[in-house]
Write a protein that binds this ligand. Structure first.
Ligand SMILES: *Cc1c(COP(=O)(O)O)cnc(C)c1O
Length: 396
């Protein structure tokens, strides 16, 4: 079985490029050039140097002693939370902004839901001196004020999307409209392994530095580059794609993809696409997505804004259908429990998204001599208000 993308842009039956004709020139330009550009020594040199000195890579692979004792196994945390801007998203925006420069683009657009991808994009645009426009649902602008402030501080223009539910999918529609209207000078930085080919493959390659580092670091620590399990949360699926990438063809390494069950799979308030989704087309690719009988996209829900997406990338749809990855879903309450557990056992406050991966530790049933790597996708600073509320720590 092949798990990477084929020459037509598909992962098994998923993926492809289902886009309006007006977008074809932009996507085709990228498709023809992305691999060539990524292979250029100049490109690699500039990217590696930024990953090292600006992002702060390699991120540590930390043996979590007390957490390991609790689960009676060996748990390592890949510390993506220690990256500049606090999550794995910057790995991808650094790569794509360099791609945009090589393609001669002067203007960067992006969409954002929780604002994390918007911040990572505004950051690299400030770094490169490029104009940055971030589309964001009007409702999300109100919900995610600190990230809106960061983007503005970084010099980005935040444009509210006022149609539909005024959330992520509406912001995406606005970004696509902008790109159609500005085909010459504009580059669209997509924030996860979603969208038309070649985006899912390109983003997975930019994030694959995560598993490249895990292999070398685990080898140094344990003598083997292969753990028994790699665990990561899945919104669109970019941090999981990066953590899985160099293990896809190593079947003895079990891959565990963790989705947000929200208030529960059957509650109607969930984002567990692998359980609730059916095949369909969203944002330019064929994949699994949550939809009504007549194909309307369902509004997803999770306490974690980064996992609140109605689909998964086509790679993950394929990993699910082929059985290569194990899919778990974790409720809001289980994730919150995992936040407190990691904080009090290891002194690390994780992002709500990453806590979903941690909460799956109890489901895995690893043996005492086995090794688990959990990808800790981000830090919890952005979620502190939620934590203070939910753990009733106000005024204590
Ligand atoms: C955005 C985000 C996610 C979800 O996105 P993926 O593309 O699925 O990785 C997970 N964790 C954090 C910290 C995020 O900011």
């Amino acid at each position: 079985m092949k798990y990477t993308v084929d020459e037509n842009g598909f992962y098994g039956r998923f993926g492809g490029s289902y886009i309006p004709e007006m977008l074809y020139p932009n996507v085709e330009e990228l498709r023809q050039n992305y691999l060539l550009i990524m292979q250029e020594p100049d490109f690699q040199e500039e990217m590696q140097s930024l990953l090292k000195d600006y992002v702060g890579r390699p991120t540590p692979l930390y043996f979590a002693k007390r957490l390991s004792e609790k689960y009676n196994t060996n748990i390592y945390l890949k510390r993506e939370d220690l990256n500049h801007t606090g999550a794995h998203k910057i790995n991808n925006t650094v790569g794509q902004v360099l791609m945009a420069k090589r393609l001669g683009k002067k203007r960067i657009i992006a969409e954002t839901g929780a604002g994390q991808h918007g911040v990572a994009t505004a950051t690299v645009c400030a770094l490169m001196g490029l104009e940055c426009i971030v589309y964001m649902g009007e409702v999300d602008i109100q919900r995610q004020a600190p990230n809106v402030a960061r983007m503005k501080m970084l010099g980005a223009t935040v444009v509210p999307a006022t149609s539909g539910s005024k959330t992520l999918k509406d912001a995406t529609n606005e970004a696509i409209r902008d790109w159609i209207n500005n085909p010459e000078d504009t580059y669209y930085i997509i924030g996860s392994v979603v969208g038309p080919h070649p985006y899912p493959d390109m983003v997975a390659r930019f994030q694959s530095v995560i598993s490249e580092e895990i292999k070398a670091q685990l080898k140094e620590k344990t003598g083997s580059e292969n753990p028994d399990y790699v665990v990561a949360c899945v919104g669109g699926g970019s941090n999981a794609a990066g953590a899985f990438y160099h293990y896809l063809d190593t079947p003895e390494v079990k891959l565990v993809a963790v989705e947000a069950a929200g208030l529960g799979i059957d509650s109607g308030e969930s984002a567990a696409t692998s359980v609730l989704g059916r095949e369909g087309i969203i944002h330019g690719s064929r994949t699994l997505l949550m939809q009504t009988e007549d194909g309307q996209v369902t509004e997803p829900y999770s306490i974690s804004a980064g996992l609140d997406y109605p689909g998964v990338g086509p790679l993950h749809a394929h990993l699910h259908q082929s059985g290569r990855a194990i899919f778990e879903s974790i409720t809001d309450d289980e994730a919150l429990q995992a936040v407190l557990e990691l904080t009090r056992l290891e002194g690390i406050i994780p992002a709500l998204e990453s806590a979903h991966a941690l909460a799956a530790l109890g489901r895995i049933g690893a043996k005492p001599d086995e090794t688990i790597v959990v990808n800790l996708s981000g830090r919890g600073d952005k979620d502190l208000n939620t934590y203070l509320d939910r753990f009733e720590l106000h005024g204590k």
